[in-house]
Design a protein around this ligand. Structure first.
Ligand SMILES: [Zn+2]
Length: 277
């Protein structure tokens, strides 16, 4: 039986099976992409420009000047304050994602230079529990904002998140207020903050720091919103416009300032930083 999700290359009468792990099927144009080539292309489909999710450390390597990134707060670890018990406990899930991603949490924070300009950088990783914001994600982002303020150094946050972390209940929701209040102090001090939204940026993250940038950039066709479109459709009982909750739709409506292709992101951030500092 032919597996449609696995690449098959016809060779004469035969269909050759290609070993898994070498190819990735593009969810947008359905073409098979050679993994090595995809990696060289910053995980962007060469045919339709679909932007695949990036790991936080990959993202940092594409943006920061070589060898310039110094990580802070790597050892802050989440605890199961609510004693959450579902199919798997919160602690089990944390351990699983720590092993899977090699990260301690869903955000990596630190300082680096971009085009020789010092900048504080927080990068979320959707692969870690859907990039959800619990107390540690909120605390790490807040500390990064506070360091930006103390050192009067610009801040960049790259978001990729499904929203607040349900395993931490109200404590995760409180991170919205905490990060927003810290950004208010940064804004009052006149320190620039650039927010970059990637696919997806949703719920509590969109409703807090992701939408508070002095400049808000998005990657092409990223899903950005608060509630999911199905919930909105059922609640409002209305047909949603085409392209609802995409970067392109939100640019048209004025929520974001610019859509930038991943390959141009570093040079655009560099230009913006030269302009802002
Ligand atoms: Zn594609």
């Amino acid at each position: 039986m032919i597996n449609k999700d696995k690449p098959q290359i016809p060779s004469g009468d035969k269909v050759l099976d290609i070993p898994e792990g070498l190819w990735t099927k593009c969810p947008s144009c359905s073409r098979f992409l050679y993994n090595k080539e995809l990696q060289l292309n910053q995980s962007v489909c060469q045919y339709c420009q679909h932007h695949f999710p990036l790991q936080a450390l990959e993202r940092i390597s594409f943006l920061a000047d070589p060898q310039s990134f110094v990580e802070y707060d790597h050892n802050l670890l989440s605890v199961d304050v609510l004693g959450f018990n579902g199919e798997k406990s919160y602690e089990e899930r944390l351990r699983y994602y720590q092993e899977k991603t090699g990260l301690n949490e869903a955000v990596v924070c630190g300082k680096c230079t971009i085009g020789s300009i010092p900048v504080f950088l927080s990068v979320m990783d959707f692969n870690f529990l859907g990039g959800s914001m619990g107390s540690v994600v909120g605390e790490k982002i807040t500390r990064t904002i506070e360091r930006s303020l103390t050192e009067r150094t610009p801040l960049i946050i790259i978001s990729a998140s499904g929203g607040a972390r349900m395993y931490e209940g109200m404590i995760s929701l409180m991170q919205m207020a905490k990060t927003s209040a810290a950004l208010q102090r940064l804004s009052q001090a006149g320190i620039p903050y650039i927010s970059v939204l990637t696919n997806p940026t949703m719920a509590g993250v969109t409703a807090s720091f992701a939408s508070l940038g002095d400049v808000i950039i998005a990657e092409p066709k990223a899903m950005i919103g608060f509630a999911g479109s199905r919930v909105i459709k059922e609640t409002t009982q209305q047909e949603l416009p085409q392209g609802f909750q995409t970067s392109e739709f939100l640019l048209e409506k004025g929520l974001i300032d610019k859509i930038i292709h991943r390959k141009d992101l570093r040079s655009s951030l560099k230009e913006l930083l030269y302009f802002l500092v």
